[in-house]
Design a protein around this ligand. Structure first.
Ligand code: G3I
Length: 315
């Protein structure tokens, strides 16, 4: 199939999340990943639980392997993620004092960002910090450190790698929702306070039949703040069993999100949350849904891949 990476405009990257297991074990997986995409995000390998299983003891094996693969294949690396309410190592607990928690968070961010300084194009500095109503999400970090933890995280990351683009990333914000309104307010206030927020990532985990409301207009209102935007985790889950019609409808949604990104001059990238149905997270998290990716289990392109090719070729 035509390579998506060869068809993209030069200022917009096309990425995929990378499954660490298949990266090691499956040559077909590696082949499609390297030929189709010019950017990559580790699906799990850079999460805190994986990187620091015990206090102060880092395991870089999976993340180094991922970064090395990307560099060998001319792919930009999108780092995911420095701070999240989920995937916090079990050895960090609510009983810690705010000072201890702040220190461990700072140390973590500086350690990880420094290790990959110069090798990472952009970082998801904070992931999913908002609740559905647009207020800050309740989390260990908010409870113990208060709302300033977000700006602090950006400052620490910026100190450790001044050249990395720093993103705030969330789901349910790709269309016009209350959550997206809250994100807009948050980005505005972070930047007004001088925090080095360079971009906003829109995960875009979409369900067939429920397209985001005015994705293009929504991306534009963020771009108008002076930040970059990116589609960071796109997939379109389909209620099983699949039919030809469902796959065609899915293709339209993929095409729609690509169009939205290309319509906004500061959209830096569009990243798929995995490219093959064989390794998608959807099966284990959404019973009754699947087939969310642009390649099938056999790494054959689906209509969604064709729709992306068509959209890019028409330009
Ligand atoms: O690798 C272990 C395996 O050794 C173990 O036997 C098995 C038993 O549960 O777990 C495996 O780890 C799983 C890991 O995925 C790798 O497959 C974890 O349980 C599972 O929780 C983890 O799920 C990931 C999830 O984030 C939670 O971290 C998904 O793969 C990943 O796609 C998903 O990605 C998130 C983004 O980071 C943030 N945005 C939403 C997105 C989708 O949920």
């Amino acid at each position: 199939p035509p390579a998506l990476r060869d068809l993209m405009p030069s200022n917009v990257r096309i990425g995929s999340a990378v499954n660490g297991q298949l990266l090691t074990s499956d040559a077909r997986y590696r082949g499609t990943l390297s030929s189709q995409f010019n950017a990559v995000t580790a699906e799990n390998a850079m999460k805190w639980t994986i990187l620091e299983p015990r206090p102060g003891v880092y395991d870089w094996s999976a993340s180094d392997q991922f970064v090395d693969f990307a560099r060998a294949n001319g792919q930009a690396v999108y780092g995911h993620t420095l701070l999240w309410h989920s995937n916090i190592p079990v050895w960090i607990t609510e009983s810690w004092s705010p000072e201890q928690l702040r220190a461990v968070l700072r140390q973590h961010i500086i350690t990880v960002v420094s290790r990959y300084r110069g090798k990472i194009w952009a970082w998801d500095v904070v992931n999913e910090v908002l609740a559905e109503d647009g207020s800050l999400r309740d989390s260990l970090w908010l409870r113990k450190l208060g709302p300033r933890y977000i700006a602090d995280a950006f400052r620490w990351a910026h100190e450790a790698d001044p050249d990395a683009r720093l993103f705030i990333n969330d789901y349910g914000t790709e269309g016009r929702t209350r959550k997206a309104d809250g994100l807009l307010r948050l980005v505005k206030s972070l930047r007004a306070g001088g925090a080095p927020v360079h971009g906003v990532g829109f995960q875009s985990h979409i369900r067939l039949g429920s397209p985001p409301k005015d994705a293009t207009g929504n991306l534009r209102r963020f771009a108008a703040l002076g930040v970059s935007v990116a589609i960071t985790e796109l997939d379109v889950r389909v209620p099983l069993p699949i039919t030809t019609q469902k796959l065609l409808d899915q293709a339209l949604l993929y095409q729609h999100m690509l169009k939205a990104c290309l319509a906004v001059s500061t959209c830096e990238s569009i990243t798929l949350w995995g490219f093959s149905d064989v390794s998608s997270w959807i099966g284990s998290h959404y019973p009754g849904y699947g087939a969310a990716c642009v390649f099938n289990d056999e790494f054959e392109p689906k209509p969604a891949h064709g729709a992306l090719v068509q959209e890019l070729s028409a330009r």
